[in-house]
Design a protein around this ligand. Structure first.
Ligand code: PHE
Length: 508
């Protein structure tokens, strides 16, 4: 058994702390000469973690059945297109009216290059394209700081970098860093600041082309007109624009980022095809989980009828807040761990426009406008450039902002979001609008969360009962990973559960 675990990368080794073992995909040949064979596994939840569990186990011939409560697979990976309908827990029913070829990714929408999500796109043949997460031409808008019109990222960055550089260069030259740096290092620092902040010969920031132009440079005779009104350092810091710059430094948010061509749900669609529709029951809500020691019994309701499935193993890949409501005999440790993980809110509204006025009038192609409004983030679409129509994300917000919009009827959500957008972009934000669709994860049946808060992190002792099997029930989901709220967490957690199940089957 130890040798098998070693082969699968589960046995501890000297390098384990530094080098985490890569996932090794299962193969049917793993069973050759072992006298053992693939088992039957019931997978609870047809989101990314559940589908991946069935997909990876299927590579070694496991007989999987996926139970999914909603009428489609994908879980929080949900792409909304014209004709799609939802009903939230308040009873608001919406049908998207988006034109052919247009969509909004209501859940995951951006993929960093280091995440295994891109490896699955490659393996499954899902084409990807760049998702613009940061755009120098997008806007920043802090109304509470007295801004009456938005400022471009490039302008805000030029001013903040410029004045910070000027101040640090001056402080350095006054000897403020004499204890920290040698004279040579101070000279190098000042050289850097001069370049970084575009400082003049006197080490002062005087604006310049980085801020942008009111008339762009063109043919001879038209050198361009620089943006006027260089604010003072005091005005720049008072505007608070600098607080948006660190977002792109995050390991998980740095450009380049990617999205599947045609919508994020190309991923669960491809997984669903690879698993096989005959192995997936949709509209199947789990009612009870019983570990019997030698196997697992799961009851579920489908079309008003209660059904039973017996399996050798179970992988529970449902949201913890939903799992916590399902009767089981997995012990109080499992239950209290599930209850310690709390659901979080997030929401988006898609605003469909009859013209791409943000490209035509503002020269903004993709990227995000950051605001201090309750809409928080406004996204420009990273597909369909120069097309006739387009869908903006009018709000992507979390927590109380998301919940307060959820309490409104969909038309009122639209009105409030549009009023915020008009302050930034002007009247076309209202007059060009043709339809909208809003989605609130905390109010979505069978999910009731956008993501989860796991106090102490997934390896805190209280979650031990979820990180190891309870009898023959294993757990998987982004909420059991260090990248919750990312598909990467669901993929890697599923891989861990798959490896653990396979190791048991090979050594039982
Ligand atoms: N993955 C989600 C997003 O990119 C949620 C998230 C936001 C996760 C920020 C971590 C940091 O919007």
């Amino acid at each position: 058994m130890f040798a098998t675990m070693g082969a699968l990368g589960l046995a501890p080794t000297a390098q384990a702390a530094q080098h985490e073992e890569p996932f090794r995909a299962l193969r049917a040949s793993d069973f050759t000469l072992t006298g053992r064979s693939a088992a039957k596994v019931v997978v609870l939840g047809g989101g990314i973690a559940g589908l991946t569990t069935a997909y990876e186990l299927g590579k070694a011939g496991y007989d999987c059945m996926v139970l999914e409560a909603r009428d489609r697979t994908g879980g929080r990976n949900f792409t909304v297109r014209g004709g799609d309908s939802t009903t939230d827990l308040y009873g608001n029913r919406q049908t998207a009216r988006f034109a052919e070829g247009h969509y909004m990714n209501a859940g995951p929408a951006r993929i960093p290059q280091w995440m295994v999500t891109l490896d699955y796109c490659r393996e499954l043949g899902v084409p990807v394209e760049v998702f613009t997460n940061v755009n120098a031409d997008a806007y920043l808008f802090n109304e509470s700081a007295g801004m009456t019109k938005p400022v471009r990222y490039r302008t805000a960055k030029a001013d903040v970098y410029g004045y910070v550089s000027e101040l640090l260069a001056k402080a350095t030259n006054k000897g403020a860093l004499d204890k920290e740096l040698t004279a040579d290092d101070q000279e190098r620092l000042v050289d850097f600041l001069q370049d970084w902040g575009a400082l003049g010969d006197k080490l002062t920031y005087e604006g310049g082309e980085r801020r942008g132009y009111s008339a762009v440079p063109a043919a001879a005779g038209t050198p361009g007109v620089l943006l006027g009104d260089l604010p003072t350092a005091s005005q720049v810091f008072a505007s608070g624009v600098g607080r948006y710059f660190s977002f792109e430094f995050g390991f998980d948010q740095a450009m380049l980022m990617f999205q599947p061509v045609g919508g994020m749900d190309q991923i669960p669609r491809a997984l669903t095809r690879a698993v096989g529709a005959h192995r997936i029951r949709t509209g199947a809500a789990v009612g009870k989980i019983t570990d019997k020691g030698s196997g697992v019994t799961v009851t579920y309701t489908q079309g008003g009828r209660t059904k039973v499935v017996e399996a050798d193993y179970c992988v529970a890949a449902m949201p913890p807040n939903i799992l916590a409501k399902i009767p089981h005999n997995l012990g109080s440790g499992v239950q209290s761990a599930l209850e310690a993980i709390t659901p979080s809110s997030a929401a988006k509204i898609g605003l469909e426009y009859r013209s791409r006025w943000w490209e035509l009038d503002h020269n903004i192609y993709g990227g995000i406008t950051e605001t201090d409004q309750d809409v928080v983030h406004i996204w420009h679409p990273s597909y369909g450039f120069h097309g006739e129509r387009g869908i903006m994300i009018g709000y992507y917000n979390y927590g109380d902002d998301a919940d307060s919009y959820a309490k409104l009827a969909p038309k009122e959500r639209e009105k409030r979001a549009v009023a915020a957008g008009v302050k930034i972009y002007g009247e076309k934000y209202r007059t060009e609008l043709v339809s909208s669709f809003s989605h609130h994860w905390r109010q979505t049946p069978h999910l009731e969360a956008a993501w989860h808060d796991t106090p102490g992190g997934p390896d805190a002792p209280r979650y031990k009962p979820l990180n190891e099997p309870s009898g023959r029930v294993h757990f998987a989901g982004d909420w059991l990973s260090y990248t919750d709220a990312w598909q990467h967490g669901a993929f890697t957690s599923a891989r861990k559960a798959v490896t653990a199940v396979h190791t048991r089957v090979l050594s039982d």
